[in-house]
Design a protein around this ligand. Structure first.
Ligand SMILES: [Zn+2]
Length: 297
């Protein structure tokens, strides 16, 4: 009886209003890959959620968001139009009310991508096109302000052929820089050296971050010594499918610098907790060490 009462009491404890949670969700398996990152802030007394990318499969991401008690998404941000990032979003926008859809506006002829944009249009979800400069989105005002800065892709992305190759599309990613108090996390999408170099040139002060979401699933074309010099991360989280990602050279580079690294393929969902006061921490669903999937690159 007492146990039941204690359980009931625990269930009624209000949301921890002092903690921001950033979950790099484990949405990939040996067949499919992808990114899906859920940002949850309860600072205004009610959880507010932002989703960056939705993995490849709708059922996986919808089940994940449901399990985490997501009711509404304040924004869905699509880093770039590749299926391992937008494939699950059609199911997300159908299942959850979405207050804004943010993307880079890069042209893409893929049938499934056109269908997603049509669904967003027919659901009358407001669209923000982050195609120039740096835009600012404030999630909560006051003491618990969480600011997202959207780093636009290079201007040439607006004229990209609709059937452009994979690297060209990766290099048209919308980057996101999250700040809460003194904490900063950078999400570069799948941006490779070309776009990362352009951001280093145009927005160098916005790249430094405490935690880096490893670019392009831990590929060597997205994590270099130059980038690590610019970001100076104290931890790196890699969303990888465990098939061809992450690359051995990237893990070696991070290990040589002594940067703690977490991989969804080995650790499951990785959660960054950012309290209003005190140090941020990282916890993982499973214990494990990142394993390279591509050894020669
Ligand atoms: Zn990708």
């Amino acid at each position: 009886m007492l146990a039941a009462l204690l359980l009931a009491a625990r269930l009624t404890v209000p949301l921890d209003s002092t903690v921001l949670l950033i979950r790099v969700l484990d949405v990939s398996d040996a067949r499919v890959g992808g990114d899906a990152i859920l940002i949850t802030d309860a600072g205004a007394g009610r959880a507010r959620h932002v989703l960056i990318d939705g993995g490849e499969h709708g059922a996986t991401i919808v089940a994940g968001l449901t399990r985490l008690n997501v009711d509404t998404l304040a924004a869905v941000i699509l880093s770039h139009p590749h299926a391992d990032h937008y494939g699950g979003l059609g199911a997300v926008v159908t299942r959850f009310p979405v207050r804004a859809f943010v993307y880079g506006g890069t042209p893409r002829t893929a049938v499934t991508y056109r269908a997603l944009l049509r669904a967003i249009d027919s659901l009358r979800i407001p669209v923000v096109t982050a195609d120039t400069g740096v835009r600012r989105v404030t999630l909560v005002t006051g003491d618990d302000s969480v600011e997202l800065r959207l780093l636009a892709p290079p201007p040439t992305c607006g004229a990209l052929p609709g059937d452009a190759g994979g690297d060209a599309v990766n290099n048209c990613s919308v980057g996101v820089r999250l700040t809460r108090g003194g904490f900063v996390m950078l999400f570069p999408g799948d941006a490779e050296q070309a776009e990362l170099g352009w951001w280093m040139l145009t927005e160098p002060s916005l790249l430094r971050a405490d935690v880096l979401k490893g670019g392009h699933h831990g590929s060597s074309n997205a994590t270099s010594a130059e980038l690590l010099d610019a970001v100076q991360p104290r931890a790196v989280i890699i969303s990888a499918n465990g098939r061809q990602h992450p690359f051995a050279s990237v893990l070696a580079l991070l290990a040589a610098r002594g940067i703690p690294t977490y991989c969804t393929a080995d650790n499951g969902t990785v959660t960054v907790r950012v309290p209003r006061n005190g140090a941020w921490t990282i916890t993982t669903e499973r214990e494990g060490k990142c394993h390279a999937r591509v050894v020669r690159n």
